[in-house]
Design a protein. Structure first.
Ligand code: CU
Length: 312
């Protein structure tokens, strides 16, 4: 009898090890290289050009995605054509603010390494002086750190990244940024980028099917305004502060995300039709921060997957 119990205990221990192997991704090293460039990009659906500063020539910069526990080997190249120094501050990192997050001159390179110890969604941005201008001109993005336990959150059927930021009419006027004189709030670097209702020139919107769990990784780049993130005609099924599975709240209408903060939002629609994702701080919404999410049985299967989690 004792022998049998011992055997049972051993096989249960074996099962436990097996399930850990099954559900916990093995930590890996991820090399991430981004290039700081100063380029002109459109900031609305008509193609109005703005003198942006960027990571990899895009606003927002590329989505970086790793798994909790991974080692990130990061390199910033400041393009030799840049007129300014630039830098990289990952909110997912524990590092040295001077040595690692310090400025890189044009034509130079800096590398640092950190482990992504906390799961969630985190802001990244240039922190070079004046930081308010480097962020306002477009040097920001999102890093998603997936939990190593793949069962820590319900599985998402589609995922989208939305980054809020302010548009200042004159990109050189640091004083106007200090006085918070923005003209528009944008999602993913464009005025009404995903809103054909308010701007007939908009050709893009977000898509999902009724019943699907849509996960929105939301970052507020600021540099100044808070966001009261709300899905008009929907309710957030779950909200995770900083995207950490331990910080879960249920059934919220709006959730405030301050500048330099981020959160993960899950949304499920029982019916066909549209939700309008906004900052309910209405001057922000009505000047550009509205994203239409269309729930339809024939939603494009590519939307909300792969490259289409940040719709360019
Ligand atoms: Cu910069």
């Amino acid at each position: 009898m004792m022998k049998r119990n011992k055997l049972l205990g051993m096989s249960l221990a074996g099962l436990a090890v097996f399930s850990m192997l099954t559900f916990q991704a093995e930590a890996k090293t991820v090399k991430v290289t981004l290039r700081a460039t100063e380029v002109d990009l459109p900031i609305d659906n008509k193609g109005t050009i703005y003198k942006t500063w960027t990571f990899d020539g895009k606003v927002p910069g590329p989505v970086v995605r790793v798994t909790e526990g991974d080692t990130v080997e990061f390199t910033l190249i400041n393009d030799k054509t840049s007129k300014n120094s630039h830098s990289m501050d990952f909110h997912a990192a524990r590092a040295d603010v001077v040595k690692d997050f310090g400025s890189v001159k044009a034509g130079e390179t800096k590398s640092y390494t950190y482990t992504a110890d906390y799961p969630g969604v985190f802001f990244y941005h240039c922190g070079s002086d004046p930081m308010i201008q480097h962020i306002a001109r477009g040097m920001f993005g999102a890093i998603i750190v997936d939990p190593k336990d793949s069962k820590a959150m319900p599985k998402a059927d589609r995922e989208y990244v939305i980054i809020q930021s302010e548009l200042y009419p004159n990109p050189d006027a640091k004083e106007e940024m200090m006085q918070n004189k923005w003209s528009n709030i944008m999602f993913n670097g464009g005025i009404f980028k995903y809103d054909p209702v308010h701007d007939p020139a908009a050709t893009r919107w977000l898509q999902a099917k009724p019943g699907e769990r849509v996960r929105v990784y939301f970052v507020n780049a600021g540099p100044n305004e808070f966001s009261s993130f709300h899905p008009i005609a929907g309710i957030w099924d779950r909200v995770y502060a900083s995207g950490n599975p331990k910080n879960v709240a249920h059934g919220l209408q709006s959730f405030v995300v301050g500048p330099g903060d981020a959160a993960t939002f899950d949304l499920i629609s029982p019916i066909e039709g549209a939700n309008a994702i906004v900052t309910h701080s209405l001057k922000g919404a009505l000047t550009g921060a509205i994203a239409v999410l269309m729930f339809s049985k024939d939603a494009d299967p590519k939307m909300g997957h792969g490259e289409q989690i940040l719709v360019r």
